[in-house]
Design a protein around this ligand. Structure first.
Ligand code: ASP
Ligand code: MG
Length: 409
């Protein structure tokens, strides 16, 4: 008998009809002999509706009160799902985050889970009940309701699975798994049977928005097998797990694209110790995160050129700060470009294989795609190219590494 935590996202519980369907799926899992704990999101659109109500009242709603408001969305779905289960003759109990002691810190609107008490849940399971827990919410040491940040129900599910030592955490959503790349860009994109935590973190942070990224780090830390699957169609989904040393790893698992970045360049900065700090210190002080960084000593040996990327939302602020620093340091020129995209190849298999980067660069060169920046890590190679090459670039790379579905004869 296995213990399974199932999480159903907003679209999966988007109507009473959908909730009835979820109840059927929970019953199926029970019929296979599993103990089931269910975590649900609010009905799709509900959290946004509540946010809009708050914004009608105030430009800056009190974070504590916002949490009291936003947590109500999930309270609706836990009750409805439990009713649907009871109607099917399945004993069920719904709980809010505070009722099962999902203890968090006091950072309202983006609280972090500290611990979860498992006694009550285990007692319900032992009594043959399905336990239905509200996602996205917890309680701090003073009894205040907290929420975990948008998409936080994924993290609730993984944290519960870790605390209960569940055999698997299943994330039901509106896509049937994790794909080699965005199927809207490349129709031949293929669903992956499995992917490592590390790869998933790279894919997610690079813009594949299947899961709240925090939930993947959590799963990796506590070694919770995580499965992404669709509540709309049958299938095995994608298993996210640790690296299997026995198994031959795929060279490349996927290609991520990110259009949220912008790049800034400063030319002719006097090349002295501390210059990187002088340039990026004020950027960091303004709470702007820097992603890629390239520094190049100019041919004269006395000055250096510096290029880095930031989130597009921070672009104009970063440009302003950099221009000020340029004046202070007597740099020659500052420029920027927010019409760029980052394309990344991700795969744990590239650790043990040479020549991946050259295959990537050759494929882009052949189609005349100019690479503006490059950065690498052990399991990732990223390039920055002009925005207009987004679709072409992803398609070229998907083909160059043969990621499409094998042809069926
Ligand atoms: N209902 C919350 C949101 O929309 C949490 C979640 O769905 O995971 O962000
Ligand atoms: Mg969600």
């Amino acid at each position: 008998m296995a213990l399974i935590v199932q999480k159903y996202g907003g679209t999966s519980v988007g109507s009473t009809e959908r909730i009835e369907h979820v109840a059927d799926k929970v019953m199926d899992s029970r019929a296979k002999g599993n103990d089931v704990v269910v975590v649900v999101s609010a009905m799709s659109g509900e959290t946004n509706r509540l946010l809009a109500l708050a914004e009608d009242i105030s430009d800056h709603p009190t974070p504590r009160e916002l949490d009291v408001l936003l947590s109500t969305g999930e309270q609706v779905t836990i009750a409805l799902l439990s009713m649907a289960l009871e109607k099917r003759g399945c004993a069920a109990r719904s709980y809010t985050g505070s009722q099962v002691h999902i203890r968090t810190d006091s950072t309202h609107n983006k609280a972090r889970i500290r611990e979860i008490e498992d006694k009550r849940i285990h007692a319900d399971l032992a009594a043959g009940r399905v336990v239905v827990v509200a996602g996205f919410q917890g309680v701090d040491d003073n009894g205040n309701i907290t929420t975990l940040g948008r998409g936080g129900s994924d993290t609730t599910a993984v944290a519960l699975a870790a605390a209960l030592k569940a055999d698997e955490c299943q994330i039901y959503t509106d896509v049937d798994g994790v794909y080699t790349t965005d199927p809207r860009l490349v129709p031949e994109a293929r669903r992956l049977d499995r992917i490592t935590y590390e790869e998933m973190q790279e894919m997610a942070s690079l813009g594949s928005k299947v899961l709240q990224i925090r939930s993947v780090s959590f799963a990796s830390r506590y070694n919770v097998p995580l499965r992404v699957l669709s509540s709309f169609e049958e299938g095995e989904g994608t298993l996210i797990t640790c690296e299997d040393k026995e198994m031959e790893q795929a060279l490349i698992s996927g290609i991520a694209s990110n259009r949220d970045e912008a790049k800034l360049t400063i030319l002719g900065v006097p090349d002295t110790p501390g210059v990187a700090y002088q340039l990026l210190g004020p950027i960091a002080d303004a709470n702007i995160e820097v992603d890629m960084i390239i520094q190049n000593v100019a041919p004269d040996g006395a000055t250096t050129d510096f290029t880095f990327t930031v989130h597009r939302n921070d672009y104009s602020r970063a440009l302003e700060i950099l221009s000020r620093t340029a004046d202070e340091l007597g740099a020659r020129e500052v420029s920027g470009d927010d019409k760029i995209v980052k394309l990344s190849l991700v795969g744990v298999g590239m650790r043990s294989h040479a020549g991946i980067a050259s295959t990537m660069f050759a494929a882009l060169a052949k189609e005349g795609v100019n690479i503006r920046m490059i950065s690498t890590s052990e399991i990732k190679i990223s390039v920055v190219v002009d925005e207009k090459y987004l679709e072409l670039g992803v398609r070229i790379l998907h083909e160059a590494f043969d990621l499409a579905q094998p042809e069926k004869i």
